[in-house]
Design a protein around this ligand. Structure first.
Ligand code: SF4
Length: 354
């Protein structure tokens, strides 16, 4: 088949289940097929199971396990799953091992040829990439290339991402976003020690550049440098999700006239003033609390255990989940726009009285 560098490929356990490669079924299945390229990274991100100094097993990335399959079996199963609508996207998540770039190109080509024309391919590469490498990944068939920032302020970036420079990553993204409009994504992790204001302003700047943002909640993993750190407070994560969603609607989806005015107190979101209450109210649906990132990507169990309230819902929320999530997001946050404040708080009161 000509995928020389890729005889065998690791796929996420959920992907293996959706593709019929493994008999294990999970409650929330991925809508995107995830493959992991390379293992044991040359970089040393403090949160990552594949980091140079991590003692976590080789088949881990985030909370997910990644069993290995022959590339040809994967291609066949993926083709069938894409053909009958079981997957809406395929994503190669690249671990920065030696030869990562060549393997990524081979992986993108493998996914691209397997899924057929109607299913897009993403690749999550490294923000230390060169712009020609990003171009080559697109040339090989990636619709979107993710350049993960992960840590949301300079100091955290340096200490958590193994000494790398945040401004270099930001200029790479700026340049790529300009050269490849709407085709660049990034990942931001909440709960590494940044303030809500820092992560929200970084997300806002990404949206303004046309960059898609996948929001993650920090997840402590055994064997990593941050194994002892607590995951973020759920109310705080809900505030970040809500505001990122509102900003995304304005800047990426061009759904409203102007961005919401945000107020922060000591870095925590304390107030939102909305310009177009009716539309924004409509936007305050459960979508804000679903997994964000490339369309069709739902990443079940990356950040959460089965049975736990998810940080990112991998599916549409039920009405009572929407109520709960909104109540958490708006706890201690002033809403200045009369229309929205009245409508939404009336809705919340009505729902909680049920
Ligand atoms: S948002 Fe999802 S599909 Fe896009 S690069 Fe990240 S993990 Fe892959």
């Amino acid at each position: 088949m000509g995928h020389d560098e890729l005889d065998r490929v690791r796929v996420s356990a959920g992907t293996a289940s959706v593709l019929g490669l493994s008999p294990i079924t999970s409650f929330d299945e991925p809508t995107c097929a995830y493959v992991m390229i390379g293992e044991r990274c040359a970089h040393d991100c403090a949160f990552c199971a594949q980091a140079r100094s991590s003692a976590a097993p080789n088949d881990r990335l985030s909370r997910v396990t990644w069993p290995e399959f022959p590339a040809d079996d994967l291609a066949q199963a993926l083709g069938a799953a894409a053909g009958d609508g079981r997957v809406q996207r395929a994503c190669a998540q690249v671990v920065g091992a030696p030869g990562a770039f060549e393997r990524s190109i081979a992986a993108v080509k493998l996914l691209r040829s397997a899924v057929g024309p109607s299913v897009p391919v993403s690749v999550s590469y490294s923000a230390t990439a060169r712009i020609e490498q990003v171009a080559a990944l697109m040339e090989a068939g990636a619709e979107k290339v993710a350049l993960p920032i992960d840590a949301c302020n300079e100091q955290l970036y340096r200490s958590i991402k193994g000494g790398h420079d945040m401004s270099r990553a930001l200029s790479l993204i700026r340049e790529c976003a300009r050269r490849f409009p709407e085709r660049i994504s990034t990942h931001l992790i909440a709960g590494l020690g940044e303030t809500e204001e820092e992560i929200i302003s970084l997300a806002s700047s990404m949206y303004q550049q046309g960059v898609t943002v996948g929001l993650f909640a920090f997840t402590p993993l055994p064997g990593t440098r941050l194994a002892q750190r607590q995951p973020p407070d759920l109310n705080s994560y809900r505030r970040i999700q809500l505001v990122c969603y509102l900003l995304k609607r304005v800047f990426l989806d061009k759904a409203a006239e102007g961005p919401p005015d945000l107020r922060f107190s000591l870095g925590r979101l304390s107030g939102i003033a909305l310009r177009r209450p009716a539309e924004e109210t409509a936007g305050l649906s459960g979508e804000a609390f679903q997994t964000s990132g490339c369309p069709g990507c739902n990443r079940p169990y990356y950040n959460e255990r089965p049975g736990q309230i998810p940080y990112n819902y991998p599916r549409p929320l039920t009405p009572s989940e929407v109520d709960d999530a909104l109540t958490m997001a708006l706890d201690g946050v002033e809403l200045d726009r009369v229309g929205l404040a009245q409508t939404e708080s009336a809705n919340i009161e009505r729902r909680s009285a049920r």
